[in-house]
Design a protein around this ligand. Sequence first.
Ligand code: GLU
Length: 504
Amino acid sequence: MSEVRVRFAPSPTGPLHIGGVRTALYNYLFALKNRGTFILRIEDTDQVRYVPGAEKYIIESLKWCGLIPHEGPGFGGDYGPYRQSERKDIYRAYAEQLVHAGHAYYAFDSAEELDALRKEDPNFKYGVYTRSKLKNSLALSSEETMQYLNRGENVVIRLRIPENEQIDFVDEIRGHVSFDSNELDDKVILKGDGMPTYHLANIVDDHLMKISHVIRGEEWLSSTAHHVLMYRFFGWTAPVFAHLPLILKPTGQGKLSKRDGAQFGFPVFPLNWNDANPAQTFPGFREEGYLPEALLNFLAFLGWNPGTEQEIFSVKELAEVFTLDKIVKSGARFDIEKALWFNQHYLIHTDDYVLAALLRPLLREAGTLYNDAYLAEVCNMMKERVHRINEIPQKAAFFFHPVFQYDDQTLLKKYKPVLRDHFLQIAERILQSDAADAASCEKAVKDYITEQSLKMGDILPVLRIAVSGTMQGPDLFRTIALLGKDETHIRIQNALEHFDRLFA
Ligand code: GLU
């Protein structure tokens, strides 16, 4: 096989949807598997839909995920520029080449005229059946055509779809695909402003950049018929096509949309996207406390599976087993529970100091008060109890603030006011114990309980609530060791005052 060169070709029309991240991932894995090249190409020819900041967002998302292009804007490569707006001058000659060969033609219809036709017939198509009645170089005389061209208004170039043809191609995922040419429209390939449309720029660039495989979303399947025709008209070999299945809503019904995030309560974008309009502001997986390794592992399985029971894969491992024939045809349901499951797995297996660095900014002012070792220990204790790092500030608030709220329900059942003094004694014992590690705290407390012939069940749960406010916290003695002897002493005293009020 010749060299594998694949591209991820997003349009900077807004934040990159999670489906786009999956497309980038599959391209990346395919390149890695085949020792090929992964290219980022920014398809920014549509000035109307261009959104400032979107390209930066796309690149930052890829970087966060570790899907680093081998070639692309800012990444180098021999086939640049990789931003289509910077390639504007390349495309016109190709469009004109098709006109001269009779595979494309000039059209002069104004936007208002076309709108009126669409209003009359919502299924209106500029194509085989209608083109002879419209304003274009196929329908008009050469004099009229020259006049329109000289005037230069509303001049576009359209692809001339042949009549009564079946357009066939093979898709690696869908198999044999066929379109009736009479159903296709004569797509604009070069616009009035001299900019190419997606269709022309996309195939010219795929050809010039020597793209071997086009791996993209299913929504581009019908355009592929046009692309296949253009490859034929130019006399170029078309790349291999693979159209990825849709990502479906959690209900399994319909395509996952950017609005579903808010509706179902999870992010559908990799990073936060801020907009002056709150309705266009979206949360991201990164800011919601997901790890990129977990997101990628989750996305890999949205439409692909290795055919074995194994679910946990690093990107490197994925690249070893990834093949296009294991991609499924049917839509993949977006299941956030699964994303959380993957995330917890990766939290547990991530170094505590790495997690500490992620946790610190989430603590706001409190983040400046603790050293790395303290935060790393909190992460170590908490990571099996949360699915996202962002849950830690709230679920482990007692490590960063005094206890404001106690689990009174449990206290009412467990606390025996007659034992009040013993708790004070235990606080003293802890204060006097010399080592600050969990084992010596445990020994100090348990020795006291045994000496005094008390019951563990009468002391330990209450002690736990005294220092952390809750029964849900991590190991009691590790908690005490981390809080420190002095802080624990103060907490037990404060808690006893609260207990007095509760039982007054
Ligand atoms: N620019 C198109 C998009 O935004 C790329 C489609 C393709 O990969 O050909 O999705």
